[in-house]
Design a protein around this ligand. Sequence first.
Ligand code: SF4
Ligand code: SF4
Length: 277
Amino acid sequence: MVDRICISINNRCNLSCRYCHFYEKKSNINVNTMDVFKILDNVIASIEKNNISVFKVGFVGNGEPLMDFELLKSYLLYIAKYLEQGRIAAYTISNGILINKEILQFFKKYHVNVGFSIDGIESVHNKYRCGTHAKVMEKINLYKDINGKYPSMNCTVGKETLSNADETIEFFKQFNNRITFSRMIGKYGISFDDFNVFLKKATRILNVRTGGYDCTMYGGMCGAGINNFFYANGNVYICGNCIDMKPLGKSEMPFSQLERLNLNFDRNYCYKEILCE
Ligand code: SF4
Ligand code: SF4
């Protein structure tokens, strides 16, 4: 049963990180005209019909959601009752640049988890993420002031992370929080095996997201087509990495149709990589 979706609300970004697949796939990403309220109506209908205790909604995707904070706010207010009851767990992931006190207080009020993208030590982060390390750290500290703890963080692992593995792990140790490491793909990408060696090492010391039917890019098994779908461009896709493949249908499509999808493959491997080989 579908109990988790990601929604790309705007398809635009204020940074141009070197490894970003958003730029590599730009020809497949349009200005967003999607009716997000209709998707949220489907979420609410499914919660009520199926008595789902917690439905996860990620406002994440191709771009920086906080560039359209007013829009994001309107979506969150639309589901405010469910956020307050804990029946919808909403989250977003930000590059941190536009974060401010008002945004953080709004997220706090509605229990919206905000993850920060930060690629570990300054030299590695700055190489790919437009020299923004100091700025992101400033916003991470603002988060800590408001919430009394550090936020969850997302780190993309590339060659430079591997050659600074100990320093990267040491950097994240100070926050005592949850880290999602994801494998860099595309032209600067690293191998699955190299990524898993790093992940194993990091998991011994840090609280790392890993395992289960999720995504091989995060060290789990491929969860394609099980319970989690991705919305962008007015369409629904298998996952955010499959945006350059044929969509499953229009974004307003009821979840019951998505649940009919039956994908049989070895889930130790990425469904998309299997199809594209
Ligand atoms: S902040 Fe995210 S979406 Fe924006 S360019 Fe960087 S990786 Fe891409
Ligand atoms: S198809 Fe690939 S990128 Fe998509 S969820 Fe599966 S492992 Fe991850």
